[in-house]
Design a protein around this ligand. Structure first.
Ligand code: SF4
Ligand code: SF4
Length: 370
């Protein structure tokens, strides 16, 4: 396990005519060693989330273009990538996924590199990677993530309804799992319907697995069909769907981290992490909407350590004063904003498990780049 402090390079949102944020971002990527991740002719996967159709908080294409310009100076063969979703949406097969990415601004014309969906046409392409020290003996990682030479995880940091925070660990853990892998991470999770249910039927129309029906003006979930995607929790207008905490709250986070361990095992030191702490929406980018940012934009963090970059991101979010009129209750500086949004989810679980598995350290040094 790494015990030393990990460096996390950071640029804030300030910009001037002679030193724009994009200029500083280029400088930061080079200082953090991201420009050298992959050599001439090597295949570099830039793992990102293109945003569901209707989502507005995903990473802006201008930043991706900057990353691509820097990493391809080495002559490497970079490609943008993600995996297909577990639920049925605008990114659940490769054709729809690439179309959504293009609609959201990530085309070959704008990026200059191709998009390859890493787990194949319908999410069935994976390699089993043996891991140790956790619940699982092996994990099912998307084939092209395994087969590429280097990996750069480019992550929009935001709240998350299952893991508290969605950062780099989630991007490479959940985000690099094949469909079977995602099911494995979610399995066992099923929301419960509370008395607040009015039987409006919105969740029935939304559920990607057709697992909900209305009986006696009350939603009922079919356990055999539920895939644990948690979409019904977010869409219910009455807050009637709740995570079932009889189910172990640690389940998704620790398994997600074990998937991250599998990904990192295949890449050795050829990994890097760029976290965008901007447009910090309460929920992930898998929904067809984005709620208002809970705190002001913070900046961009770059590191070789996924635990350090995520911990620094969370610390910076919590150090902000919350924005009024958002999903936040207390806007107090220093309060745990993510825990306020997702009260029952302790996001620290993923950091603890990642440290235990030796993926990185919460002990970081923040290096501000001017
Ligand atoms: S959306 Fe909410 S209130 Fe409407 S049926 Fe589903 S659980 Fe009940
Ligand atoms: S978590 Fe909710 S929306 Fe997702 S499959 Fe289960 S019942 Fe349907």
């Amino acid at each position: 396990m790494r015990r030393n402090r990990s460096r996390v390079y950071f640029i804030d949102m300030r910009s001037t005519a002679s030193n724009s944020q994009v200029d500083r971002f280029r400088k930061t990527l080079r200082r953090a060693g991201i420009a050298d991740l992959a050599g001439k002719g090597e295949l570099l996967a830039i793992k990102m989330h293109f945003g569901e159709r209707g989502c507005t908080s995903y990473i802006r294409p201008i930043y991706l273009r900057t990353i691509i310009d820097v990493v391809t100076e080495s002559g490497c063969l970079a490609f943008l990538t993600d995996t297909n979703t577990l639920y049925v949406g605008s990114r659940s097969n490769s054709v729809a996924h690439i179309r959504t990415a293009i609609e959201n601004g990530f085309s070959y014309a704008s990026m200059g590199i191709p998009i390859i969906i890493a787990d194949g046409l319908r999410g069935a392409n994976y390699e089993s990677i043996a891991i140790g020290g956790g619940y699982m003996k092996e994990v099912k990682i998307a084939s092209d993530i395994v087969h590429c030479d280097a990996l750069l995880a480019v992550t929009h940091v935001k709240g998350h309804e299952l893991t508290g925070v969605g950062g780099a660990l989630k991007n490479i853990g959940m985000g690099c799992g094949s469909r079977a892998g995602k099911l494995e991470m979610h399995s066992g999770m099923e929301p419960k319907v509370t008395d607040a249910c009015t039987g409006c039927g919105k969740c029935v129309r939304w559920c990607p697995a057709g697992a909900i029906s209305i009986e006696a003006k009350h939603a009922v979930i079919d356990s055999k069909k539920c895939i644990g995607c948690a979409e019904c929790i977010v869409v219910c207008p009455n807050g009637a769907m709740r995570i079932n905490w009889k189910w172990d709250a640690r389940y998704v986070q620790e398994r997600m981290v074990e998937y991250a361990a599998g990904v990192l095992k295949t890449k050795g030191r050829k990994v890097g992490f760029v976290n965008f702490v901007m447009d910090i929406s309460p929920q992930c980018d898998c929904y067809g909407f984005s709620d208002a940012s809970i705190v002001p934009d913070v900046g961009i963090l770059v590191s070789k350590d996924p635990v350090a970059v995520d911990k620094a991101s969370v610390d910076l979010i919590n150090a902000q004063v919350g924005i009024p009129g958002t999903a936040l209750g207390s806007r107090r500086k220093g309060s745990d904003k993510l825990r306020q949004i997702h009260k029952e989810i302790d996001w620290r679980i993923q950091f603890e498990h990642a440290q235990k598995l030796g993926l990185g350290t919460e002990n970081y040094e923040l290096v501000k780049v001017k």
